[in-house]
Write a protein of this length. Structure first.
Length: 330
């Protein structure tokens, strides 16, 4: 491992759901995670798709609204704040897979939300059109491509669409049909119809049947990977293509890689092919040791097998990954 203080150039941090777990947000694939909780009729793999948004927008929006409502008042934790300081000081860059927006709320002024942010929305359109509209945009959040998600307007929309029924403005007691009607109204989707291009609102979230574009700052992410002095993965299960792309870039450039997770996954990469250090600890524990200057690493802790995801990582390491890179999970 290269000593933290000896790194010349910026460190690139790539974070997953494990970073937000200390704030009380379930990991995507944990026992009670979003990956396991769908709707009455659909799995998460079916819900989090463009196909569901266009074919059944009411249920799609209801699923994401409930996901947002579950953590709308959750504050950032000390890991988010530490990463914000590192980035704002110019020592590091951050790519997060998380859509909770906590890095921004922690004060990070410039980071890549590679899977979007659930507190923002964009007008529904072709992916290529949105890519072209955002290529070269320095700050996607200051552009007119995004706007705040209207989740907080649901009570008012319930009153407007609830026919004056007593208690109809309470999202906690409203039935699914009433909530779907309110959400369709807020997202400019007519009842019984699909979303309209350039009119209807879609959550700013990369879906399973979509690909990385500059709407999600993919160009910036690739540039940061190409310029990084080292890449540190924190709290990620290595089950999405952005981690595969970053690993491939690190191997091609022969830069150090560090993996921070209580149960790090085995990447299946021979020791003579890469400079990889594993830290079998939480992000909070790792940061404490970095700050204290007493970071002790282990060469090969007990690793969690990557299983079926190993083929995805290996494929990405051996073959070029294009911009049209469909994610395999979150």
């Amino acid at each position: 491992m290269t000593d933290y203080e000896d790194i010349s150039g910026k460190t690139l941090y790539i974070t997953g759901a494990g970073v937000s777990a200390d704030s009380g947000i379930p990991t995507f694939r944990g026992e009670d995670g979003y990956w396991t909780i769908g709707s009455a009729n659909y799995t998460p793999q079916e819900m989090a798709t463009r196909r569901m948004y266009t074919g059944n927008p009411g249920q799609f929006l209801l699923w994401y609204y409930r996901r947002f409502a579950s953590y709308r008042n959750v504050p950032p934790n000390e890991v988010h704040r530490w990463l914000a300081e590192e980035c704002n000081s110019g020592r590091a860059n951050l790519i997060t897979q998380n859509i909770d927006g906590l890095d921004g709320r922690a004060g990070n002024r410039d980071y890549v939300c590679i899977h979007g942010r659930l507190d923002m929305m964009t007008a529904y359109d072709d992916q290529d059109a949105l890519h072209e509209a955002t290529t070269g945009v320095p700050n996607i959040f200051a552009s007119d491509v995004l706007e705040p998600a209207p989740w907080d307007d649901v009570p008012a929309a319930l009153r407007e669409t609830g026919a004056g029924l007593e208690g109809a403005d309470d999202p906690a007691t409203a039935d699914d049909a009433a909530l779907e009607a309110a959400l369709l109204h807020l997202c400019r989707i007519r009842p019984g119809e699909g979303p309209r291009r350039g009119v209807s609102l879609k959550p700013y979230v990369l879906l399973f049947d979509e690909y990385y574009t500059d709407l999600y700052r993919m160009g910036t992410a690739e540039r940061w990977m190409a310029e990084a002095a080292r890449i540190v993965f924190i709290g990620t299960s290595f089950s999405v293509n952005i981690t595969a792309i970053a690993l491939r870039t690190a191997l091609q450039r022969s830069i150090p890689v560090e993996i921070v997770d209580p149960k790090p996954v085995d990447l299946g990469i021979p020791d003579d092919m890469a400079d990889i250090t594993y830290h079998a600890m939480t992000a909070k524990e790792w940061i404490s040791e970095v700050v204290e200057g007493a970071l002790v690493s282990c060469e090969k802790p007990e690793l969690l097998s990557l299983g079926r995801h190993l083929a995805v990582i290996g494929h990405a390491l051996l073959k070029p990954v294009t911009l049209a890179c469909v994610i395999t999970g979150m």
